[in-house]
Design a protein around this ligand. Structure first.
Ligand code: ZN
Length: 397
């Protein structure tokens, strides 16, 4: 049933029975949805608490988990990375690249706790064959300010990079907030240094690496690449709206997954022909591996609140949209162009009204997806999936 009809019939029932029921708050969990830009941080892990929890996980892990500081935010907060596993395949994961999208942070803490102490066959296989490097709160200033952007003004950028004196900021800077969308500050050229003529005005252009945070993740990526030869997988954890419904069942989309929609394979544009390591099918296989992990978890989650796994919209001009979702400045794009299989997670989010049980379901769904990819990388089964099967995941747009 289309959502408008669902809401209309709920309103009719409410009127007929005399109950005071908001049509978007029916008891059926599937009817709950609300979109807020910056929902309350209540119930989520703060920067200070994250530091305490990571230290505790490291201390009690019998040497399995190593926590390090990979950089410092503009306001002086640590950017932590936790490493677990001794395998020669590498999986890099970030959460809270957008500071108001916090479900993934809890999922990574849960994953780290499991891998620190669990003796299950799955945990042992992952630890033996994979090295996981998780950055659970990549944008700590945005996290504390409960907003998408970091806190770094264009004046501070021009002081830091004198060659940019007298220039105007790129499209991904918010004048009103004095901060950047970190997920547009990346560039596939890992040696890139910003120059005035490179300041992007459009999403299709790469970023500048002007933020501490993006530079810290780039340096981590480069270090891992020199240690392991390649970074096999990169997973980026986000929130999407709360009200998207799957086309096949009308259930809400719990998690949407994506490979990076770059260039010619999507729209025939050859702008990435200079990046031969780009392997879109690998990213689709890895996204599918994550989807299989979420579906295994979903079998035990009959709640209507838990809809299921979908694929994320690509919003191409060819399909009637006003722009192509081909964002060269995203971390997942920059790393994919360097040969990494990259997977975007977008979990239902942005609601103040969900209780701990509902938040917990979403955290577990994300954890299941990340674990689903990790175990399939560790046992090699991700490599034999059919990437085209990714397109069998339901749409929600
Ligand atoms: Zn996001």
């Amino acid at each position: 049933m289309p959502k408008r009809m669902l809401l209309a019939s709920a309103a009719v029932v409410a009127l007929a029975t005399g109950l005071i029921v908001s049509p978007t708050r029916a008891n059926d969990g599937n009817a709950e949805c609300e979109n807020l830009d910056d929902p309350s941080t209540s119930g989520w892990t703060s920067h200070a608490e994250l530091g305490r929890q990571l230290a505790q996980i490291e201390t009690t892990s019998s040497g399995r988990v190593d926590v390090s500081v990979i950089g410092e935010s503009a306001l002086g907060r640590e950017i932590w990375a936790a490493r677990v596993g001794t395998g020669d395949r590498v999986m890099l994961i970030t959460s809270e690249i957008h500071g108001n999208e916090k479900t993934g942070t809890e999922a990574l803490l849960a994953l780290l706790r499991t891998l620190a102490s669990s003796e299950t066959a799955q945990a042992q296989t992952i630890r033996a064959n994979l090295t996981i490097v998780a950055v659970p709160k990549f944008n700590p200033d945005g996290g504390e300010l409960n907003r998408r952007q970091n806190a770094f003004t264009w004046d501070e950028v021009m002081q830091t990079f004198p060659q940019l004196q007298g220039t105007s900021p790129p499209f991904y800077y918010s004048n009103g907030l004095g901060g950047f969308d970190l997920n547009r500050d990346f560039n596939a050229d890992l040696d890139f240094e910003p120059q005035p003529e490179d300041i992007p005005t459009d999403e299709v252009e790469p970023g500048l690496y002007v933020t501490n945070e993006a530079r810290a993740l780039r340096d981590l990526y480069v270090d891992l690449r020199s240690e392991f030869g390649t970074v096999d997988a990169y997973v980026d954890l986000h929130h999407m709206g709360s009200c998207s419904q799957q086309n096949d069942t009308d259930k809400y989309a719990t998690v949407a997954l994506d490979f990076p929609p770059l260039g010619s394979e999507i729209d025939g544009n050859p702008r990435y022909d200079d990046w031969p390591l780009l392997d879109q099918d690998k990213s689709r296989r890895y996204a599918l591996a994550a989807a299989l992990g979420i579906r295994e978890f979903a079998i035990g989650e009959p709640s209507p609140f838990f809809g299921g796994v979908t694929r994320y919209t690509h919003q191409q001009i060819a399909d009637g949209y006003s722009f192509d979702r081909d964002f060269a400045g995203q971390a997942r794009s920059a790393f994919a162009l360097n040969g990494t299989g990259t997977v975007l997670f977008e979990v239902r989010g942005q609601s103040d009204d969900w209780g701990q049980k509902q938040k917990g379901q979403l955290v577990k769904a994300v954890q299941a997806g990340v674990t689903g990819l990790a175990i399939r990388l560790a046992d090699g089964s991700a490599d034999s999936l059919n990437g085209d099967d990714f397109y069998d995941l339901p749409k929600y747009w």
